[in-house]
Ligand binder design. Sequence first.
Ligand code: ATP
Ligand code: MG
Length: 583
Amino acid sequence: MTNILRMSKLYAPTLKEDPADAEIASHRLLLRAGMIRKTASGVYTFLPLGQRVLAKVSNIVREEMNAINSQEIMMPALQPAELWHESGRWDDYGPELMRLNDRHDHGMCLGPTHEELITALIRNELRSYKELPCSLYQIQVKFRDEIRPRFGLLRSREFIMKDAYSFHATQESLQETYDDMSRAYGNICERCGLDYRPVEADSGQIGGKVTTEFMALASAGEAELVHCTCGYAANTEAGECVTIPTVYEAAGIEKISTPGIHTIEELAGFLNIPETSTVKALSGKDAEGKLVVFFVPGDHELNDIKADRVVPGFDFLTDEEMEAFGLFKGSMGPVGLPEGARVIADRCLQNVAQWVVGANEEGYHYVGARLGVDFTVDEWADLCVVKPGDSCPNCGLPLGGARGIEVSQVFQLGTKYSVAMGANFMDEDGTEKPFIMGCYGVGVSRTVAAVVEQYNDEYGIKWPVSIAPAHVCVIPLTVGDELVEPAAEKIAAELAGIGFEVVIDDRNERAGVKFADADLIGWPLQIVVGKRGLADGKVEVKRRQTGEKKDIALSALAELMAFAKRNIKKNASGKGTFDALFA
Ligand code: ATP
Ligand code: MG
C-alpha cells in the first residue's frame, strides 16, 4: 500500500537556531533540517530524512554503474595491514590511515580506499584475458583521519563512497571503461541536479597520468578551478599555464640599485612597471642536493607539483643553504649563478628577450638582462600555477576562475598495484601479464552536501526533485478541522497513489511553524490546504525552488500532478517537474 510520511511521527528534529560551529550552508542546513547529527569531529549520523537523500543519491549511482556493466560487491571496511605492506602504502599513506591492532596484535586499518583489498581479491580469482575486462564497485563507508575535518559532510573522517575498480588486458580496454565511467559520472552529477565541470586534475602520488575530477561549482569549495567557454576546465593544481608576460624594453643590460627590495610587488612598485614585466627566481635542490633555479613570470607562482615532475625530489633551499651557494633571497637571477646550477624556466618566458630579474647581489636587480646573450636557460617547462586571466591552452581565450567541490574522480592506475601485489593474468599469447587497472570514486555523502551548497536560500534547502527526501508536502492549516483534515488526507493519498512520495504535516502546530519547517527541509512542492481555499474548491501550491505560488482547483489537481509525475522521469534532476502547475 501507499506509504505516506507523517510529520507527527517523523524523527526529524528541526532547529530554529544556527548551530554554532557550522560555517557553511550545507553543514548548517543539514543540521537544522534534522537530517544529520554530529557524533564526533568529522563523524555523523544520518537521521531518517538525511538517510532518504543518501539512499537516493546511492541509487542514482547504482543505476549508472549497473548501466555500464559494473557489478556491485561489498568489501569489508576492516582491512589487514599485510595488504598495505605489499603495496607499500602502509608507510606512504601517513596519519590519515586509521590503524588499529586486533586482540592477536595483528595490524589492521579501516579502509580509506580499496585498491589493495580488491587487487588481493582478484589475483586469486581472475586468471585469463578471456575474463577481462572486469569492473566491480561498492557503496560503502570509508575512513580517513583528515587533519582538518570540517564543513560537515564535505570533509568528514567517516563518509560514504562509491568506489569502482576495473581490470584490463590492454590500455585500449582501460580507456573504454574509463570513458564509460566518465560519462556515468557526468550523468550522476546531472541527475543530482549539480552544476559541475569535469576538470583536468593532478594524479597525486598514485602515479599514472590520466585522471579527471568532477567539480561541483560552489563558493564553499576547497578547489580552485580555471575554465573556458570552449569547455576546457582544470584544477589550478594541474592545469597547464599559458600566460603572456609584458616586456620591459631597456637599451641593454643595466644593473639597478634596489635597496631593501625583496618581493616582486616591491620591485614592480620601485621600477614603476607591471609585475608581469618581472621575472621571479626560486632556488632549490634536486634529490642529490644539486642546485636548481627556477624562473617564472613575476605575477605567477611556481607549482610544486610541476616542479617535482621536472626535478623529482625537488625541495626548496633553506636560508642557510642559499647562503652556502652564495645566493641572495629576493635578488636571485640567471646572470652569474654558481657553476653547475641547473637553470629551468617557464615556457612562457621563452619569447621574452629581456628580463627584469635579480642580479645575484644583495640590493641589486637587472633590467634588460638579455636571454641568450647575458645568460642562458638549460630547460624550458610548464612550471606555474595557472590562474584566471591566463590563456586557455585549448583556444587561447582568457580563462575564468571558480571554486569547486570535488565530488568524484576517475583514474587510470595502470599496473602500480598489480605489479606491487603480483596480480597477473594469462594473456592471449600465453604470457603472464599484470592487470591494467582503473579506479573511480564518487563521494556519495559529499555529493549530498554539494547539492545543498547549490540549492539553498535564507529559509533552507531547495532539493532537486530527484534526490529530495520526498516530493510533496501536504500542509493542512488547521488540524482537527472536519473539512480541512480529511481533504488534506485525501489529497495525500491520491498523490501517493499516483506514485509521488508524500509527506503530510499533520502536527498540531501553527501554520507559521509548518511553513518554516517545510521551507527548511526543502520539499520541492508544498500543497497548502486551508478552510478558505476549500470553500472555493482550491488549494495553494508552492514550488520551493522558485518560490512561485498558485491556487489550483481541487478538481484539476490530480490530473496536473499525474502529468508532473510523468515529467519526473523525463527530467533527470526533476527540473521543470511541476511546470504544468504554474503554467
Ligand atoms: P580530497 O582531495 O577532497 O581530500 P581525495 O581526492 O583525496 O579528496 P579520492 O581519494 O579521490 O578523494 O576519493 C574519492 C571521492 O571521495 C572524492 O572525490 C570525494 O568526493 C570523496 N571524499 C574524499 N575524502 C572525503 C572526505 N574526507 N569526506 C567526504 N568525502 C570525501
Ligand atoms: Mg580525488
